[in-house]
Design a protein around this ligand. Structure first.
Ligand code: GLU
Length: 400
């Protein structure tokens, strides 16, 4: 160890930073990048991000913003133009009725989620979280001092969560229920009836419901549905959204929340002491995305359906791999537990680690999502890339 590293390891950091782990998805991004820098050809099924470029009219709006010197601070929670575009889009697509005061723009959906949880969850509060969960939910709750109460779902039922399953875990200490439909990583979709029932009984008991709807436009099970449309329960609902997946804008970092005005004002207060406004140029691009033509969203959705069918078929054809059919988002969540015990492999992390190092295919191990038997495969990539990765996975797994 170098002298600097030794000194750093002796430093005592805060309890709150010690309560959390680095993001498992971001860790895979870093590891895959490292291999690429060594000249290795990695097939990347790791981080979930659209392979489509950001649509041209959105890029043009950002370029125009630079040319027009729209490069200064804006209001912390986003310009009035952007906040209006966010709630108008939601109203048009889901029949909601939010106002500017109930809308905030943040630096990505994860940022909106982080801020919302910091202002709602306190030490000792219980937060109901369906498993498998997206990697950051648990750590963000822990950072706030809350305790996650994990809701186990049934793989045989496609990891589907029902209102009854949620209700069983409610206690006096329940402060918040986190829902994520379509789910990252399982692709499970809750029915509108179940979502409504959760919101109904949560409101009755004074419990908040936070719905991460980053994949709401990538629902393959029928009508897309946002809990934000349940306006009669709006006092207890938070909708977290993102432009990342809907408009292929992951790197731009633009997310939002729709929630009661008091919650939004708390989120803005926190944002005013941390990031300030989302990047001004990105805000202009976001307005173009939300107010502009929406055909691109449906075109991408159709393509994801095709890719989903392709990848699920390919995964299921590998002996020993079982895979549920995802009903939304762009992840397959195959069960690879039949390989445990072969050639020293003991866990999903072993499988994902060796897949990356030996077969050069990046996936995310299930442990980060709260399950031990799975790896997550992002299929937001070309069919050709899917085929290359599936071929490598097949030859690696069958060699175990
Ligand atoms: N949708 C991305 C994923 O789960 C988000 C990455 C992240 O921020 O963790 O891969």
């Amino acid at each position: 160890m170098t002298a600097v590293a030794e000194t750093l390891s002796a430093v005592k950091f805060t309890d709150r930073i010690n309560r959390i782990e680095p993001s498992a998805t971001m860790a895979v991004v870093a590891e895959a990048d490292k291999l690429r820098q060594q000249g290795i050809d990695v097939v990347d099924f790791g981080a979930g991000e659209p392979h489509f470029p950001t649509p041209q009219h959105i890029k043009d709006a950002a370029i125009a913003a630079i040319q027009n010197n729209f490069t200064k601070y804006t209001a912390v929670g986003g310009t009035a133009e952007l906040r209006d575009a966010i709630f108008h889009r939601h109203a048009a697509d889901f029949g909601s009725d939010y106002r500017r005061e109930e809308t905030v723009a943040s630096v990505g959906g994860k940022h909106a989620l982080f801020n919302a949880i910091q202002i709602l969850v306190d030490h000792g509060d219980e937060v109901i979280l369906p498993v498998p969960y997206w990697v950051s939910f648990k750590d963000i709750v822990r950072y706030a001092g809350g305790n996650c109460v994990l809701l186990e779902s049934d793989e045989q039922q496609g990891f589907r969560v029902t209102a009854e399953m949620v209700a069983r875990l409610v206690t006096q200490r329940t402060r918040l229920i986190i829902l994520n439909s379509p789910s990252n990583p399982s692709g499970a979709v809750m029915s509108p009836e179940d979502l409504k029932e959760v919101v109904r009984f949560a409101t009755e008991r004074g419990i908040w419901v936070l719905s991460d709807e980053c994949y709401v436009y990538l629902n393959y099970s029928g009508e897309k549905f946002s809990i934000g449309s349940l306006q009669e329960y709006r006092e207890r609902i938070l909708v977290i959204g993102s432009l990342s997946k809907t408009y292929a804008m992951t790197g731009w970092r633009l997310g939002y929340a729709l929630a009661p005005a008091a919650v939004i004002s708390g989120m803005q207060k926190l944002q005013s002491q941390s990031t300030s406004n989302p990047t001004s140029i990105v805000q202009k691009a976001a307005v173009a995305a939300l107010n502009g033509p929406q055909e691109c969203v449906e075109q991408m959705r159709q393509e994801y359906i095709r890719l989903r069918d392709h990848v699920v078929e390919g995964l299921r054809s590998i002996p020993g791999v079982a895979c549920t059919l995802p009903m939304g988002a762009f992840y397959a969540y195959p069960n690879i537990s039949s390989f445990f015990g072969r050639d020293g492999v003991k866990s999903a992390s072993d499988v994902a680690g060796r897949l990356l190092r030996e077969a050069h295919v990046a996936t995310v191990p299930g442990e980060g999502f709260g399950t031990r038997d799975h790896i997550r495969v992002s299929y937001a990539t070309s069919e050709k890339e899917l085929d290359r990765g599936l071929k490598r996975m097949r030859s690696f797994l069958t060699s175990l």
